[in-house]
Ligand binder design. Structure first.
Ligand SMILES: [Zn+2]
Length: 379
């Protein structure tokens, strides 16, 4: 057995005992490849924690059989701050209530200063460069201190993940089909991940503008390769965000097969011994995130959807009508909201009372949309 459990205390928010991260570690420390996974950084996106609960069970079995070949780190509950946030009996886990903002935005930019720290130590040996760069990023994170509980959470998760070959940030959407976010440098090399997990949309962007956790790990490599073009610098961290459907789809009937798919991906990538069988046929191609229409409401009211999840829609299709229940004439109470993309209706919202500007849907198109520049995420 190689498994160990580590408990990492966060900086205490109050005089109470500190909250802690529970970390499941498999394989010999330093073994390659290394995979890192965590669940529900947005703490109200509960399907991800159940998937990783099942994955831990599968990895425990593999470990007992001596089948762990690389190093695997799993943090099933990545956000003990957010899991404890309850207002009037309702769990709220997307933003830190004490003022830290969206839990998956504004992660530290690990590219800052990196080129200067490694430039003189790089050679024409790509594998050696990867080791040097990982070491420099780890050393920089080890030297940092955190000034708040949320900052200590960010730092602890980054220290576990930054030198991984594969880092998977497991979330879910509001009401949604399963999908995946990647930087384009990992497409189509990550087509095996996309097919194995059954992604219905694999969305690619160099930088979404939100400095999400996955990008904080992947973009230092692509930006370093641009900054130092005369040295071979591969995109050495396949970092991705997986959206495990919608918030209500929490159950073993989804989570257990989802965990098995991750396990087969690890077998395919040499992290775990054994034959994963043939790769399932892909359910999507990689498409650009700036071709994905985020449909927003211009009006306040009640959302009445006109299209189901998974519908094939075209530009001009009415996705929903926004109903004003206070209108004197019900015939004038409805505002149609249309998509500007041709494609798959990937996601809708579960909260049906909306304010102007709220996101109603995502439609996965293939053609870059002029409206989609700058910040590409929903919020
Ligand atoms: Zn999320």
């Amino acid at each position: 057995m190689t498994k160990t459990i580590e408990r990492i205390p966060l900086l205490p928010y109050s005089l109470d005992a500190p909250r802690q991260l529970v970390v499941h570690r498999y394989g010999q420390p330093g073994a390659r490849p290394k995979a890192y996974l965590h669940g529900s950084l947005h703490a109200d996106e509960v399907p991800a924690m159940l998937v990783l609960h099942h994955l831990v069970r599968l990895l425990d079995e593999a470990d007992r059989a001596g089948a762990i070949k690389g190093e695997i780190i799993v943090v099933p509950m990545a956000n003990p701050i957010g899991t404890s946030q309850v207002i009037n009996s309702r769990h709220v886990g997307r933003y830190e209530l004490s003022g830290g903002g969206n839990f998956n935005r504004n992660w530290p930019d690990l590219f800052v200063g990196l080129a200067d720290r490694v430039r003189d130590r790089l050679s024409n040996d790509a594998a050696r460069n990867v080791t040097v760069i990982r070491g420099a990023m780890l050393a920089e994170l080890e030297a940092r201190t955190a000034g708040s509980e949320f900052a200590s959470l960010r730092l602890a998760l980054l220290r576990l993940a930054v030198d991984a070959d594969v880092a998977l940030d497991c979330h879910c959407d509001s009401e949604s089909l399963l999908h995946l976010f990647l930087v384009p440098a990992h497409w189509p090399t990550a087509a095996d991940l996309s097919a194995e997990i059954g992604s219905r949309a694999t969305l690619l962007s160099e930088e979404s503008g939100g400095q999400a956790f996955d990008e904080t790990l992947s973009t230092p490599w692509t930006r370093l390769a641009q900054a130092i073009p005369d040295k071979p610098i591969p995109a050495a961290c396949l970092s991705a965000t997986i959206e495990y459907r919608g918030q209500a789809e929490v159950g073993d009937e989804w989570a257990e097969p989802d965990a098995r798919a991750l396990f087969r991906f690890f077998q395919r990538r040499g992290l775990v011994a054994g034959d994963p069988g043939p790769l399932p046929p892909p359910q999507c191609e990689g498409t650009r995130l700036d071709a994905c229409d985020v449909v927003r409401t211009p009006a306040a009211g009640i959302v009445a959807y006109k299209q189901p999840l998974g519908a094939a829609v075209t530009a001009g299709t009415v996705i929903a009508e926004i109903v004003d229940p206070t209108a004197e004439d019900p015939r004038a109470a409805r505002t149609p909201v249309r998509t500007v993309a041709d494609g798959l209706l990937l996601a809708r919202r579960s909260d049906k009372l909306v304010r102007p500007g709220d996101s109603l849907a995502k439609v996965v198109g293939t053609k870059t949309l002029p409206s989609r520049t700058g910040h590409l995420l929903e919020d």
